[in-house]
Design a protein around this ligand. Structure first.
Ligand SMILES: Cc1ncc(COP(=O)(O)O)c(C=O)c1O
Length: 416
């Protein structure tokens, strides 16, 4: 039996939609791109969505449209996919890393204010695995310091915080990479409520051209194809149904894996379960990976090395690796994503549950215990992992879904 971590959900509607584009004679950016943009803006409850070649360049376009560049700083996290930080470097600005909270893998708002300098222009939270971080304090800090919030919602299509969808807190990027909850192979959206910003992003996407071959500003080619747009348009009507399925799958996993460190959902948040990410402390993660792999179950570590420790970064931010981000550093040693995708059957979910129970030690039996190491745990935490994860929050069961990463044992392309 093989249960891959991810598998693009492509059915008749997608095939038909792409075939129509191929037969229409317009395969580059055209009417389907416009229709997809309108549909996504409506879904997110924002005025504008600009579709681009991928999420990385969409985020770069956001930064450029905001005039963020040399001399500016953007506060973000290190526990994320590299693109979050590399786009900041691409525009000549400096990523400033703060640590995350264990219970939601998101930026810790309590640490943001201390990272603000006169050069800070924006805060870029990442909705990792499909769960938004605690946005209220971020909004309050941003308002007080006149900063813009730029959401990295690459993994969080349709996620909500206190009823507000991802995309409603500031300019936002969504990735549509092959394994994402909404996917077009490669693709990305930049969304905003600001007309001027949207116009600047559109111009940047197309070499600064409003009128053909008249270039009013410096731009580049970040355009998508109508083939990708057609694929996305065919997927969108089923996004909510697929998210619900992810939620049901997450709830089943959580119920079946009681006693292990399963992901929780703080009150007021709707997770879209891009990834279902467990934690295996006590140094047994590799053994779990090996055991699940032997049983044909796909897993992936999102992410095995925090950005501030990546080799390439050291020449851009000398000394970055010495920064202490204890939660990010510890979680990179512990996290492991297991399948939660909508196409899983109950039998497959139960197989996954049995396999994890076979190969992993319940947290209460771990010698070192998950409660050690972060200053937040105590003896009762170790025997009650749910309590640790969900400080003030509800369990995933019956709540919401997951978010997070990319390709795994299935050939969906290279991980992003
Ligand atoms: C958190 C995060 N940010 C940015 C990106 C970049 O998006 P893309 O792969 O579409 O360029 C990804 C992609 O996986 C991501 O997961």
């Amino acid at each position: 039996m093989s249960i891959p971590l991810s598998r693009p959900d492509i059915g008749d509607a997608e095939e038909q939609a792409v075939l129509e584009v191929l037969r229409s004679g317009i395969v580059a950016m055209g009417p389907r791109t416009q229709a997809f943009e309108e549909a996504w803006a409506e879904y997110c409850g924002v005025r504008h969505a600009v579709f681009m070649a991928n999420g990385t360049v969409a985020q770069e376009a956001v930064l450029r449209a905001l005039d963020i560049g040399a001399g500016d700083e953007v506060i973000t996290v290190s526990f994320t996919f590299n693109a979050t930080a590399s786009v900041i470097l691409q525009v000549g600005a400096k990523p400033v890393f703060v640590d995350i909270r264990e219970e939601d893998f998101g930026i810790d708002p309590d640490l943001v204010e201390a990272a603000i300098t006169p050069r800070t222009k924006a805060i870029m939270p990442v909705h990792l695995y499909g769960l938004m971080p605690d946005m209220d304090p971020l909004v309050e800090i941003a308002q007080r310091h006149d900063l813009v919030i730029i959401e990295d919602a690459a993994q969080a299509h349709g996620a909500r915080y206190k009823g507000r969808r991802a995309g409603q807190f500031g300019p936002t990027m969504f990735s549509l990479y092959a394994t994402k909850n909404l996917m077009t192979g490669e693709g990305g959206f930049a969304t905003t409520d600001d007309d001027l910003l949207a116009d600047r992003m559109r111009l940047y996407r197309s070499h600064g051209m409003r009128q053909r071959y008249f270039h009013e500003s410096l731009g580049t080619n970040f355009k998508p194809t109508d083939i990708a747009a057609a694929l996305g348009l065919a997927q969108l009507p089923r996004l909510d149904e697929r998210t619900e399925q992810r939620r049901r799958n997450a709830a089943r996993l959580t119920a079946g894996l009681e006693g292990y460190l399963t992901p929780g959902v703080p009150d007021g948040r709707e997770h879209v379960w891009h990834q279902y990410t467990m934690r295996f402390p006590g140094g047994e993660r590799q053994q779990v990976i090996d055991g699940l792999t032997e049983r044909g179950i796909g897993t992936l570590i999102y992410y095995p090395k925090p950005i501030h420790r990546q080799d390439y970064l050291q020449s851009y931010l000398p000394g970055a690796a010495e920064q202490s981000l204890p939660v990010s550093e510890r979680l990179t040693e512990e996290v492991l994503s297991i399948p939660v995708r909508p196409s899983l059957t109950d039998d497959e979910l139960d197989t996954i549950i049995r396999a994890v129970r076979d190969v992993a030690t319940p947290v209460a039996e771990l010698k070192t215990g998950a409660a050690e190491g972060d200053g937040g745990g105590d003896a009762s935490d170790a025997s009650s992992p749910a309590g640790r994860w969900d400080r003030g929050g509800s369990r995933a069961a019956g709540a919401e879904g997951d978010g997070g990463g990319e390709a795994s044992t299935v050939g969906a392309g290279s991980p992003a």
